[in-house]
Ligand binder design. Structure first.
Ligand code: PLP
Length: 394
């Protein structure tokens, strides 16, 4: 199979030997396929250029150079300084590092977050809450956006230094915060601001020098880069201690021999995503709009979660259907029909175990929610095929 292409021919069970089914991949918020150009950029570092970046001889220096070039490139794209860019193993590690640092090094005794954060955030803030840090969740509006007036009320009422941890875009319903508006509130109340930007880095432009935010996170596998390559931006005005102890890698901030090819892949994937942003996002937007249109036309009982026409990821469409004996098996039946979609976040892919996000915005709802998420490789023909199948399966 050509790398990067996901609409592949899949051989099916022995009983139906010889037949093939087209697989449709509509779960790009869970992960994306590795782009051929990214693999090409990584390949030398998986083969010939294997030196340990900490070694002083030429093999090592070559590897070090590749990492520092990747850092410069990522910093330039995000309009940050290279010294603010740290490579990690994933978005989850980056978020854990940021929240841990805010509590342990930056004096935050209260965390303000939301009930619809990714578990990387939710489980981490709950961990610190159990250790005595105060925790408040900001109220949500009916469309799932955070209530900015409530955020200001929480900030102004706090006598303690606050960490505000609010995701830039929700991975299940796509809702986005106004990162500048939240940042300005944090500036006003002298709060530390961490934003989980895993679903937006590589999909939206960033201008970190002109954004009031202390930590943002990224993960290469969400924009056609490799898995196991994460990003943590730490604003230069704050000083924190390492989260992982050991060697002096990542300027003493994250010990452990660097994921050289992952870092090279991260930077290449971000460069490509940035260079092709306009055309790629146009394709994805039109696929999402077409899917909404076709669902409205062919399955009028379908409803959209969140604010899909408003401040929302162009990559994500969260749809709910009335619960029936048939629709309860929807994810499973889509899978049997070679359609990859998700019941919520990647952790719950394959199992429609109640999503904490849907429960927070529609408490007590007994509808069945499916998240479809798109990439530049998806087509309107695939939408037609999925909507036709949904009509049978509902
Ligand atoms: N935050 C959000 C919003 C996500 O969608 C994900 C991945 O699903 C993560 C964090 C975790 O990222 P990673 O898989 O790189 O640990």
């Amino acid at each position: 199979m050509e790398v990067g292409k996901v609409h592949s021919e899949v051989k099916i069970g022995a009983a139906e030997k010889g037949k093939t089914l087209a697989r449709i991949y509509f779960d790009n918020a869970a992960t994306t396929s590795l782009s051929a150009e990214v693999l090409e950029a990584m390949m030398p570092y998986l083969t010939d250029k294997f030196g340990n970046p900490s070694s002083i001889y030429s093999y090592g220096r070559e590897s070090r150079m590749a990492i520092e070039n990747a850092r410069k490139s990522v910093a330039k794209i995000l309009n940050a300084h290279p010294s603010e860019i740290f490579f990690t193993s994933c978005g989850t590690e980056s978020t854990n590092t940021a929240i841990c640092a805010a509590v342990n090094d930056l004096g935050c005794k209260r965390i303000i977050s939301s009930p619809i954060e990714h578990h990387a955030t939710l489980h981490t803030v709950e961990h610190y809450h159990q250790k005595g840090v105060e925790l408040s969740f900001v109220k949500l509006l009916p469309d799932g956006h955070i209530d900015m007036a409530d955020l200001e009320r929480l900030l102004s009422a706090s006598k303690e230094k606050c960490l505000v941890s609010l995701m830039h875009a929700n991975n299940e319903i796509g809702n986005m915060i106004d990162i500048h508006a939240v940042g300005e509130l944090c500036r006003k109340y002298d709060a530390i601001f961490h934003s989980d930007t895993v679903q937006t880095v590589g999909h939206f432009p960033f201008d970190l020098r002109n954004t009031y935010v202390h930590f943002i996170t990224g993960s290469a596998h969400k924009f056609h880069g490799p898995k196991g390559a994460g990003l943590l931006y730490i604003n230069e005005n704050i000083k924190i201690h390492p989260y992982i102890h050991g060697g002096s890698q990542e300027r003493n901030m994250r010990a452990g021999t660097e994921n050289l090819y992952g870092i090279v892949g991260f930077a290449k994937a971000l460069e490509l995503a940035t260079a092709n942003h306009e055309s790629d996002s146009d394709i994805i937007r039109s696929v999402k709009a077409y899917m909404m249109e076709q669902l409205k036309k062919h399955i009028p009982s379908a409803e959209f979660n969140g604010d899909p026409n408003g401040r929302s990821l162009y990559t994500v469409l969260s749809v709910s259907f009335p619960k029936t004996e048939k629709s309860e098996m929807l994810l499973f039946n889509l899978d049997i029909n070679n359609i990859c979609a998700s019941g919520g976040s990647a952790c719950t892919s394959g199992a429609n175990a109640g999503s904490h996000v849907i429960n927070a915005i529609h408490p007590g709802s007994d509808r069945v929610t499916i998240r479809f998420s798109f990439s530049k490789y998806n087509t309107k023909n695939e939408v037609d095929a999925v909507v036709a199948k949904l009509k049978e399966l509902i």
